[in-house]
Design a protein around this ligand. Sequence first.
Ligand code: SRM
Ligand code: SF4
Length: 575
Amino acid sequence: MPEKTSPLEQIKLSSRLLRGSIDDELRDGSDHFSRDNVQLLKHHGTYQQDDRDARALAKTQGKRHSFLIRTRVPGGRLSSAQLMAELDLCDELATGTLRITSRQSLQLHGVLKTNLKHVLKRINEVQLTTLGACGDVNRNVMCCPAPNASPVHDQLQELAQQLAQHFTPRTTAYREIWLIDPETGDRQSVANDDQPVEDEPLYGRTYLPRKFKIGIGFPDDNCIDIHTHDLGLLALVESDELVGFNLLVGGGMGMTPANKNTFPALGMKFAFVPPDQVIDVAQAIIEVQRDFGNRADRKLARMKYLVRQMGLETFRDKVQQYLGRQLEPARDIDVHDTCDHLGWHQQRDGAWYYGLSIENGRIADHPDCQLKAAIRAICRQLAPGIRLTAYQKLLFTGIADSDRGTLEELLHQHQVPLASELSVVRKWSMACVALPTCGLAITESERALPGVIDALETVLQQLGLTQERLTVRMTGCPNGCVRPYNADIGFVGRAKGRYTVLLGGNILGTRLTFIYQDRVSEADLVPVLAPLLAYFQQGREANESFGDFCSRKGVDDLRAWAESFQSEGNAKDDD
Ligand code: SRM
Ligand code: SF4
């Protein structure tokens, strides 16, 4: 390890492969863990949080701690039974809602420390895991979720599973702490200070400098936002055969406005790799990040900074050195379309899948829409396969033609709108969790975006723009958890109740946004956009999207237009 490292490096190093004293603290009677264990727990798939709505009370009564539990779901693929198990857990031991994340995973919130072990055990009992869902390791591997769409789709889904498996931490701490029953289990195998711990062949004792993310996508369907991952695998398909992958390296969204050395970045073309070499090359890339990534400053520890600091050529040399062979240059393939996978789609086996739009991924029951009950009813009656999308939506797969009516009927019975009944802008929108659970949130996000979309729908309706494919993504802080920095419109929490408005990205995710206006109140978000949408309606070129239009015009022109629009409006008011 370099001489000066961040405190977390020391915590990992002395943790005996992620054990720390988690097991002891689990039984200490308090509702929370100590600081070091909180960090280690992330690698086990859980974050210690407190209810931020209740912080006023906390001043007198102390914080109410609870836990977020993230189940990783490679490629977003799971069964009805597994989804039902998570729904049962959310009802019995969490907040009564289940959250689909922007990386095709599932999250429970509000789990009490006393129930942590039980919940993790039950998740594992249905062959799911939270190991590797968080922490300084490879995170959930994303992949286009379209089921049975082509043999290559299935191959990529398989690859997602293989990569996830290959890069899962090898420590047995997870099994020892969470899965062995203290009454009946083999407590001998729980390591203590006197026992040697097993090896972690890839990660070593300090794991990676930071989280690492892999996504697998298609040029004609970039639904997983391939440019935002540390490592993107873009499939080259010829005559229905998988030829290989263009590897993109160094994507990532997080930034800290006060730290000018941080920035969101898109992945860069790196090399072309045949299918049978992908795992080896991915491993060499991870090893280079492991050995050269910044371990002193966690704000600069993602691989995007290493790639740019080394330069792409030097980075490639290093990877080739670790790999022991040369890499082929990247091929001339790029992303050119995307799909939301919503509504009905036929699979190649003749069955159908239905993409259900779930606003911001929150599966909950409300008096006017019993979404959770509808999903339960569909799982019970039709036992479909399940896929989660990178847009926090859910696909029911393998539906027989004769069952399509039943599925729609069940949605109707529970007042769940069909995808075709929702506006285009709502279907393409996403918000991160933010308040009340996220400890880093500065503003609302999930609770604010639906209202903002209501207002935006009205403006789009007035301008005749309801069919425009627009990505609108809101986050409660600049960490960028729903990838706002490459969307058509990004709203990023910046100060209490105030957002940065970002424009100029695109639905393909191939271009970064620019800051249009900073510190805009929630109520002003749509009024700020309205003149620009009117400008777009009048001045767009054929087939030009809003993001492309904003990018073509540039920030100064857009601001000048908005100003003249404003003064015209004021003059009319004076009349
Ligand atoms: Fe994220 C931290 C939620 C996808 C960038 N993210 C967090 C934490 C754990 C806050 C914390 O550290 O205490 C949030 C928990 C909130 C809660 O209460 O649930 C959180 N991130 C999420 C989820 C649930 C957002 C959502 O609403 O869907 C997503 C879970 C993904 C998953 O299943 O694995 C989620 N986070 C992302 C993405 C998008 C992606 O991966 O495609 C990003 C941007 C891409 C990237 O990584 O660059 C992202 N999250 C961050 C960052 C900034 C990292 C950085 O490089 O600077 C943080 C803060 C950190 O790591 O220090 C963060
Ligand atoms: Fe929390 Fe910020 Fe991520 Fe939203 S973007 S979930 S507020 S860390």
